[in-house]
Design a protein around this ligand. Structure first.
Ligand code: URP
Ligand code: ZN
Ligand code: ZN
Length: 457
């Protein structure tokens, strides 16, 4: 199968030019200004951008959490991702206490196989570190699972102590893996949560009020300090607070390889959402929580000046009905997480590029190239170049989209951006040479995605 995409404007992290792209099989074979080759299909991209497929390195599909399971599985979640212009996800497999990493990896491979419509990789969440698990970390890196998420929050469930975190960091120094850190001080938060509940403060907003920005900043500082002592890079996930960003900026200014991502919810939503009437604040219960509105400008600055390198989604959807409502009388029981896998590219294009906060090249870098480089996928993914996978989004910069749970494809009964209009949306999406979204319709297949064996550092 060959495709000739004609007349579009090719955008990479560094370039912007009019060009035709010939796709043969699964990869880009030729780029030129006026290609005349025959192809099985010609796509007219006049007036459109050709973007490298979005890479979302933070998703939770089919994930058991807080007494529930995230509402999108690998089929619905990856189809929604494709609609939104994302052609690769890196999801989190979970090692539960007492389990081997291998068991966790196999369990998550089973969840994805035959279901994922786009390519996927895994990070491994480690909750129980032993000598044996350290050896397994090495084996996983060799098998292409080259990053590990550790938690400084959720005591008794996911949280690791500093000694275990330090050991895991040291191990990545030897095996070339990368530690991804959930940086919030779980002990402090637990005390604040218990105090709030004892005072009868049960509404969703207390989720945010018991997770202060300083608890995120302290953990971010500690995580970076531990990585500095271990002499390894670190990647802080879902950074939300300006105080935490200051810690990353300070470390980077000292030349340390500290990396961090933020997510659209922290750029477009704020603490005010928790004050919505009734139980609606539960829609935004996620960790870390939404912050004061003024934080948004600081995060955008961090993105523009490369103190933040990635925008991922932390897509972890739970329906209001039967899932979020578990915590109707106790905010600490509300499953943590929100949907976002489908809306990332349009939101960031609209609120970032169109609003003049980041350039078009930086948009591509933050949503595709930089995650590909940090997580061992570049140059197979993350760019449009001869030899790279043909993961290409034909993006219409003028197409208007009204975001709504009714029309989006994520399997969740609300949308955090309900009613918001964005300008800039996908038209056609190509995943490893196959058209998976054609004029807004899904034309791929469940199981069309492949496991990505990622490189180590
Ligand atoms: O609230 C969140 N972020 N849910 C997903 C789990 C995590 O910590 O990333
Ligand atoms: Zn997390
Ligand atoms: Zn997450």
């Amino acid at each position: 199968m060959s495709l000739l995409i004609k007349g579009g404007t090719i955008v990479t992290a560094s370039d912007l030019y009019r060009g035709d792209v010939l796709v043969e099989g699964e990869t880009v074979s030729t780029i030129g200004t006026a290609l005349t080759m025959q192809a099985d299909r010609v796509i007219d991209a006049t007036g459109k951008y050709l973007l490298p497929g979005g890479i979302d390195v933070h998703t939770h599909l089919d994930m058991p959490f807080g007494g529930s399971t995230s509402a999108d599985d690998f089929e619905s979640g990856t189809i929604a991702a494709a609609h939104g212009g994302t052609t690769t996800v890196v999801d989190f497999a979970i090692q539960y206490k007492g389990q081997t990493l291998h068991h966790a990896w196999e369990a998550w491979m089973k969840k994805a196989e035959g279901k994922a419509a786009i390519d996927y990789g895994f990070h491994m969440i480690i909750t129980d570190l032993s000598d044996q698990v350290e050896l397994e970390m090495d084996a996983l890196v060799r098998q292409g699972v080259t990053s590990f998420k550790l938690f400084m929050a959720y005591p008794g469930v996911f949280m690791l102590d500093d000694a275990s975190i330090f050991r895991a960091l040291l191990r990545t120094g030897k095996n070339g893996g990368t530690i991804c850190m959930h940086a919030e001080n779980g002990g402090v938060i637990d005390v604040l949560v218990q105090r709030a509940l004892a005072e009868g403060k049960t509404a969703p907003k207390y989720h945010a009020l018991t997770r202060p920005a300083r608890a995120e900043a302290e953990a971010t500082h500690r995580a970076i300090a531990l990585a500095e002592m271990a002499d390894v890079p670190i990647y802080v996930v879902h950074l939300s607070a300006a105080e935490a960003l200051d810690m990353v900026t300070e470390a980077r200014d000292r030349g340390l390889p500290a990396h961090a991502e933020t997510c659209p919810q922290y750029l477009f939503l704020s603490y005010d959402n928790y004050e919505e009437p009734g139980f609606d604040g539960a829609k935004y219960v996620m960790s870390p929580p939404l912050r004061a509105r003024e934080t948004q400008d600081k995060l955008w600055r961090g993105l523009a000046f490369n103190d933040l390198q990635v925008i991922s989604t932390d897509h972890c959807p739970f329906c209001m009905k039967e899932q979020k409502e578990i915590g109707k009388d106790d905010f600490s029981k509300i499953p943590n997480g929100a949907p976002g896998i489908e809306t990332r590219m349009s939101l960031v294009y609209d609120g970032g590029v169109r609003a003049g906060r980041i350039s078009l090249n930086r948009f591509v870098e933050l949503t595709s190239t930089s995650p590909a480089k940090i997580f061992g996928l570049f140059p197979k993914k993350g760019t449009i170049a001869p030899g790279s996978d043909a993961d290409i989004v034909v993006f219409d910069p003028e197409k208007k989209l009204r975001l709504s749970a009714r029309t989006l494809h994520m399997k969740v009964d609300y949308n955090p951006y309900e009613g918001r209009e964005v300008t800039g949306a996908t038209e056609t999406v190509i995943s490893r040479g196959s058209v998976v979204i054609d004029g807004g319709k899904f034309t791929g297949r469940a199981g069309g995605g492949s496991f990505l064996k990622r490189s180590s550092r």
